[in-house]
Write a protein that binds this ligand. Structure first.
Ligand code: TRP
Length: 454
């Protein structure tokens, strides 16, 4: 049985637009800001290896599951889950999965926007030549001074939220297709330039060794949890973002191929970012575990020294902002689509309301770097807690339930039909086995291990 639903929000013009949009969602601060700093905090190579294994064994199969659910339901994740549960004769409580995704997206965007605001501030700094000839110590001070100033952070956070709501209000297609088409390749080229610079720092091999030589004594159960959480985060999985992008996907496009392309592009960008940053870290005697400020304390050193550094620095942070922008819209799209579907609101109204709420929540993250920096729980600030709760708990749990729904609730005939794979073929069997057994098991083991039960 093949379903004939259509999305009321429109469809991507062709499968490449889906690939671009999904890559735009996947490639973002997660690759360039977060991957290097959590790799630095968790000891390097072994962490990277666990992360790569999670991408391959958990990330890609779940991405396929999410896209297929979205394309079959053709609605916001909440309504898609409702509809598919009815279709499969199951409880409509499955729509709770959509709801938890909406909450996760809102929480993630609230801090994502604050960090994207840092990138905006650095566009300004780079273009005004603030990095020129700056020694490592002063680059660090520049960052510390920025995060110590709540007014500045609120300003840039507000600007980024405004940009995001503007695109979301215009609709995903008209809003972002063009930007993603040119800016993603540009970001890729600029990362290559940065790696080129890193090769000449004198510490390139040390950087590579840190990234790619696994030392398993350095990894903890919590580190494994963070690596798995990041696989979800970086591929935008577990909260319905990829599901809703799938709901705009044309029926003929191959879900398996497009998912693999998106995951590979995302991984390459993260590894390039790591290869650009760690040589600078070691060449300047910096601390790999410096935390969320890592790229903001390393890359400006390079921009301050290389010829044309102000230009390259400006372009780099502009592209980083665009990468964050195309990710941010996918975090809020499920909520906006639901308000349009169920409340009959205009996209403008829905975007405005969601944006305001997210902006307000973001103030918590702003203050966690200054006024509230001494308020911690389990050694974590408000921002740390928010990041931990969403990336390492909500997304993997969301992914777990998506896997259970796709491989235990839905009939193989339904999923094989949507994936356009032969039910008896090796490709379908491999996917089904991974989603039915490996993914749920892996997520459960990592959870139990992290809370010390294994
Ligand atoms: N993947 C994006 C990044 O790496 C962030 C992101 C966008 C995201 N949409 C998401 C994370 C949905 C989790 C869920 O920067």
């Amino acid at each position: 049985m093949s379903t004939q639903r259509e999305s009321i929000h429109g469809q991507w013009s062709n499968r490449w637009v889906f690939v671009l949009a999904a890559t735009g969602s996947a490639v973002g601060l997660g690759n360039i800001w977060k991957f290097p700093y959590i790799t630095g905090e968790n000891g390097g190579g072994a962490f990277v290896l666990v992360y790569l294994m999670c991408i391959a064994a958990i990330g890609i199969p779940i991405m396929m599951a999410e896209v297929l659910l979205g394309r079959r339901g053709r609605q916001s994740p909440i309504n898609t889950m409702h509809e598919l549960a009815v279709e499969e004769g199951r409880s409509i409580r499955w729509s709770l999965l959509g709801w938890s995704g909406v909450v996760a997206g809102f929480l993630i965007l609230s801090y994502y926007s604050v960090i994207a605001g840092w990138a905006l501030a650095y566009v300004y700094d780079a273009s005004s030549g603030a990095f020129r000839g700056l020694p490592a110590e002063e680059v660090k001070n520049l960052f510390s001074a920025m995060v110590a100033n709540p007014g500045a952070l609120i300003f840039w956070h507000s600007l980024f939220m405004l940009m995001t709501m503007l695109v979301v209000a215009r609709g995903v297609r008209r809003g972002l297709e063009a930007a993603v088409r040119f800016l993603m390749p540009a970001l890729f080229v600029l990362l290559l330039v940065m790696v080129g610079y890193a090769i000449n720092t004198g510490a390139f091999s040390q950087g590579l060794a840190f990234l790619f030589t696994p030392d398993f004594s350095k990894i903890t159960p919590e580190g494994v949890l963070i690596a798995m959480g990041h696989a979800f985060f970086t591929l935008s999985l577990g909260m319905g973002a990829i599901m809703i992008y799938g709901s705009y996907m044309p029926k003929q496009a191959s879900i398996a191929k497009t998912s693999i392309i998106v995951a590979m592009a995302d991984t390459v960008v993260a590894l390039l970012a790591g290869m650009a940053i760690f040589p600078i870290v070691f060449a300047n005697g910096l601390e790999p575990g410096a935390g969320p400020g890592l790229i903001f304390q390393t890359l400006p050193i390079a921009f301050g020294q290389m010829p044309g550094g102000s230009f390259f620095g400006t372009v780099f942070f502009v592209l980083l902002v665009f990468a964050a922008w195309s990710s941010a819209i996918s975090l809020i799209e499920p909520a906006v689509a639901w308000l349009v579907e169920n409340r009959g609101w205009s996209r403008n109204k829905a975007s405005l309301l969601c944006g305001l709420a997210t902006w307000l929540m973001g103030l918590g993250t702003v203050f966690s770097f200054n006024l509230w920096s001494s308020y911690t729980l389990w050694g974590k600030t408000f921002f740390d807690l928010l990041d931990f709760l969403t990336s390492n708990i909500m997304l993997p749990l969301g992914g777990l339930f998506i896997a259970i729904f796709a491989a235990w609730v839905m009939k193989p005939s339904s999923t094989a039909d949507e994936l356009a794979l032969a039910q008896e073929g090796i490709a379908y069997k491999a996917w089904w086995f991974l989603v039915r057994f490996i993914t749920p098991l892996a997520v459960t083991i990592v959870f139990l291990n992290a809370i010390g039960l294994l």
